[in-house]
Design a binder for this molecule. Structure first.
Ligand SMILES: Cc1cc2nc3c(=O)[nH]c(=O)nc-3n(C[C@H](O)[C@H](O)[C@H](O)COP(=O)(O)OP(=O)(O)OC[C@H]3O[C@@H](n4cnc5c(N)ncnc54)[C@H](O)[C@@H]3O)c2cc1C
Length: 366
């Protein structure tokens, strides 16, 4: 820290972005207060699947931020009860999906090939683990995250580093957040991690959420994950994420029509049926398993790109970290470390080089 480095931060939001940012700053000896309308377990972050891998997000640092997150999650996976598992599995494309994506971006993408365990799969070549109906893919080991458990882990870690968490307080302005935290203008920086809340708070009219639905079932003994990438524009996909005793199965992107309220709807029974049918076709042992719960949540998609930067047009010191789309888990540490660098508590030279790949799903988001 230099003498001009701020000493306190008010972080708005207790989803994965706010909590991870809170941990980075508090562990660098910044006095941090998180203010959030909802508890961590009530956020959209708690609804995610979740697997590492950028989806529905764009920024020229996506690959670098994803890699930084991978490294941190790999370390945390060693902590019992953290909710992080490093699991092997397959990511696959149908022939149509492969051709459509290949005409738009590099397949396989750089964020996947940088993983040391990455191995290609191809119909007619090495087909191991490629389910029937799929043409191309890869096998690798990635973090699979049990979100409720991981958010609890982050909350404990944040508090252990001296951070304060205030929930049940919706703020109407950035000044209001700083006042609520009880910090003076001179000492504190406000960090906006309000996800979709940024639509009104910033205000940012480029926010355009999609709704995701997941089914949680009892695990019949599945140890590897599976996920596919349907043709661009197709709103339903298949992912199977084993997490100990349960398997989290998805998924879909339900779009909002103009005028629709941005709230998580009740689970759609037809979507549930299709999610289960697709998963059973890939993993027949899922047939007839007990459904334990369902989750519906919103992805805070920003049609421009994820926003992690100083907002210099304000009278107070404000850093944004929002708009992570379908990749808030994947980008969480990369973006939080970036906030630490902007803040001045981490050295800018820590930042690895950008590769600048567009991501699968980015076209849909844009
Ligand atoms: C079904 C589903 C599956 C997903 N799967 C994956 C996956 O596999 N991998 C992946 O990387 N990502 C996945 N995502 C996306 C990921 O969950 C999001 O990108 C991420 O959770 C966004 O986190 P966040 O902290 O920015 O926002 P949120 O979790 O929405 O948190 C926002 C916080 O801000 C607070 N807030 C908002 N407005 C205000 C205000 N005015 N005053 C005070 N507080 C406020 C809220 O209360 C909340 O605490 C998935 C999402 C869904 C819905």
């Amino acid at each position: 820290m230099t003498p001009s480095t701020p000493t306190a931060a008010v972080v708005i939001g207790a989803g994965i972005s706010g909590l991870t940012t809170g941990v980075v700053l508090a562990e660098a000896d910044v006095k941090v207060r998180i203010i959030s309308a909802s508890r961590p377990d009530q956020t959209d972050s708690a609804k995610a699947g979740a697997s590492w891998g950028p989806y529905m997000v764009s920024h020229d640092r996506v690959t670098a931020w994803s890699a930084e997150t991978y490294k941190e999650l790999e370390k945390i996976a060693g902590h019992r009860g953290s909710g992080i598992r490093l699991l092997p599995g397959v990511e696959a494309f149908t022939e149509d999906g492969y051709r459509a994506w290949s005409s738009r971006t590099a397949v396989p993408p750089a964020w996947a090939t940088q993983i040391p365990s990455f191995e290609e799969r191809r119909r007619g070549g090495d087909e191991r683990g490629l389910p029937r109906g799929y043409f191309y893919g890869w096998h690798y080991t990635i973090p699979i995250v049990n979100m409720p458990a991981y958010l609890e882990y982050l909350t404990h870690r944040f508090k252990a580093a001296g951070g304060d968490l205030i929930t049940g307080s919706a703020v109407e302005s950035f000044d209001g957040a700083r006042e609520l935290a009880g910090f003076s203008d001179r000492e504190a920086v406000v960090v906006n991690c309000s996800g979709l809340g940024s639509y009104e708070l910033v205000p940012d009219s480029t926010m355009a959420p999609t709704m995701g639905q997941l089914v949680i079932v009892r695990n019949p003994g599945i140890g590897e994950f599976f996920q596919d990438n349907p043709v661009p524009g197709e709103l339903e996909s298949t992912h199977i994420f084993p997490q100990g005793d349960i398997v989290v199965i998805g998924g879909c992107d339900r779009l909002f029509q103009p005028g629709d309220p941005w709230i998580a709807a009740e689970p759609d029974p037809l979507i549930r049926k299709r999610i289960l049918e697709r998963a059973e076709a890939i993993r027949p042992e899922l047939r007839g398993v007990e459904v334990l719960a369902e989750r519906v949540g919103l992805r805070p998609v920003r049609t421009d790109q994820v926003r992690v930067e100083w907002d210099r047009r304000r009278s107070l010191r404000l850093i944004h970290n929002y708009g992570h789309g379908g990749a808030g888990v994947t980008l969480s540490w990369g973006c939080a470390l970036k906030v630490g660098r902007l803040f001045g508590v981490l050295s800018p030279s820590d930042e690895s080089e950008a590769v600048g790949m567009p991501t699968l799903g980015g076209v849909l988001a844009g």
